[in-house]
Structures are given as C-alpha cells and as structure tokens.
Design a protein around this ligand. Sequence first.
Ligand code: AKB
Length: 320
Amino acid sequence: MKNILVTGAAGQIGTELVTSLRQRYGKNAIVIATGRRTQLPAYIKNTGPFSYLNVLDRNQLEELAFENNIDTIYHMASILSAVGEQKPQLAWDINMNGLYNVLEVARTYNISVLWPSSIAVFGPDTPKLNTPNDTILKPTTIYGISKVAGELLAEYYFHKFSVDVRSVRYPGIISSETPPGGGTTDYAVAIYYDAVQKGSYTCFVREDTTLPMIYMPDAIKGLIDLAEADNAQLTHRIFNIGSMSFSAGKLADSIKELIPDFTIQYKPDFRQEIADSWPQSVDDSFARSEWKWDPKYDLPKMTRDMIDRLQKKFNKEENF
Ligand code: AKB
C-alpha cells in the first residue's frame, strides 16, 4: 500500500497529477491532495482525501506525514517565473523554505520526494541549443535562482542523508484542465484558450521566441516514471526532459491548421527577457537512457487534443 502526499494539488500540474496517481494506483494507494486553495474541482474533491496545507508550516506538514504514514511526497507548490519577478521575496520564501520543509520531513520519516525543477535553472551563458543536463547554471530570474538552489539542496539531502529525491527540469507545460499561474511560458497555454473562445490572441513574446515545451500527459507520465524507476539505474537525481520545441509563430500556425480564421498579434512585455534567457531545446539523453523517458506528443498531436478538449469544455459550460 502506498501513501502519497501531493502539495500544490490545486495548481496546473497538481490537479492532473492527483487524478493520474489515483487512477494509476487505485485501491493500492491513498493520495492526499494538499494545498492552500480549497476551491478544488469535483474530480479531486470526490475521489480521495484533501487537506489544507501551507508548505511553510513544517509542523503541519510533519503531522500530516506522520499521521498518514506517508512514503512519497510530490512537492508541486511553487511560485513561477513571471510572478517571481514581481514578488521576489515571496518566490524565494515559498520555493526555498517549502522545499526545505519537505526535505526535512522526508529525512525524518524516510520519505521519497519528487520535485519539479525547470529549464529556468539555465541562463544567458548556457548553450541555447540541445542544452546539456550538466552545464552552466547561472539564471537571471529569482525563480531560476530558487530552482538552482533547490537542486543543490536536493542533491545535498540525497548525498548527506540518503533522502531519495528525484527531479525533472520541466519545459513550459501546456494543459487544458487548470490554467498555469504566473509563468513565462503561459502564452503557450493562453493562445489555445483565446483561439477557442475568441478566435484571436495577443502574445506577450515575439513571434520568433522558441522554447522547449511539453504536453501535460507527458509531463505527468515523466514524473511518475521517474518515481517508479529503479534507483540502481539512476546516476543523476535531476534530469532534463525534452519533448518538443517551437516558436510562438509555429504554435500559431499549428492552431491555424484547425481554426483557419485564428489571428495573432505580438506585444512583447517583461517576460520576453526571461524567455530570451532560457534554452531553445534540451538534451534529455540521460533521462532517456537511465529511466526510459519517451514522450508521446508532438506539436500537431498536442494542438489537436488541446483544441478538442477546450471546445468540449467551453461548449459544455455554455450549456449550463
Ligand atoms: C515558467 O514559465 O515559469 C514555468 C517554467 C518554465 O518553469 N512554466
């Protein structure tokens, strides 16, 4: 029997991760969704336990872990890059102290930890194309700095205290269920919502801005595959995972294939500089060789699925 706790369960990744974990393990696991947002979708509320949890409150986290005999924490609570630049102290506090509390509780109760890092660990000095796993980490955002420090802290807890902590560096994540909150790559999600709802979108990065991206089913599968990987096969704790890379212009073109009247204009704002500091594609060969990372979606397949789901979602809502 597995006892899993997910922090940030109401967020973009958290909502779909909780659902996937509950479906995957069924009666063989209890998956406790936790977070500060209590307005959860019914498919989370009605399918298993939920607890209010502020990750900055270590006692509360420890109590939950102890009382429920937790063996795995998926620590998803985080402040993303764009909000981080507006509220740097908050980003540092949640991202660093939240992770520190999780690792401390993990050390005390022998709990495994899955924690997402990000392509934001890279910066302007890092090679932009096919960015290696082990390379220069000199980000220029507070979010990226907190992720680099988090990676080092995670590796410290692994080497010093044998905490089984594993991490993937997520590219921009595209999904149709819960909107992302405050990332630089949010344009790649908002474009689909606006294409379906309004037929047009104003993009906050330039047309030629190219970033690595991943579709949510692959993002979730990657994290769970890494969680289930044989520890003996892992020579790393932190992995680049690639899936697809495209410019904002190419993304718009893929939408036009299905919604021919769709129009887009570009009005770059402060997020352009953040996007320009990140890689355009990553080398994920360690993830592929050590735990068989194998994403299933490319741009056309993702676009078809996103548009289909959003069309259903909004037509359905209109009928209420
Ligand atoms: C963001 O844009 O901040 C995130 C990320 C790349 O980690 N989506």
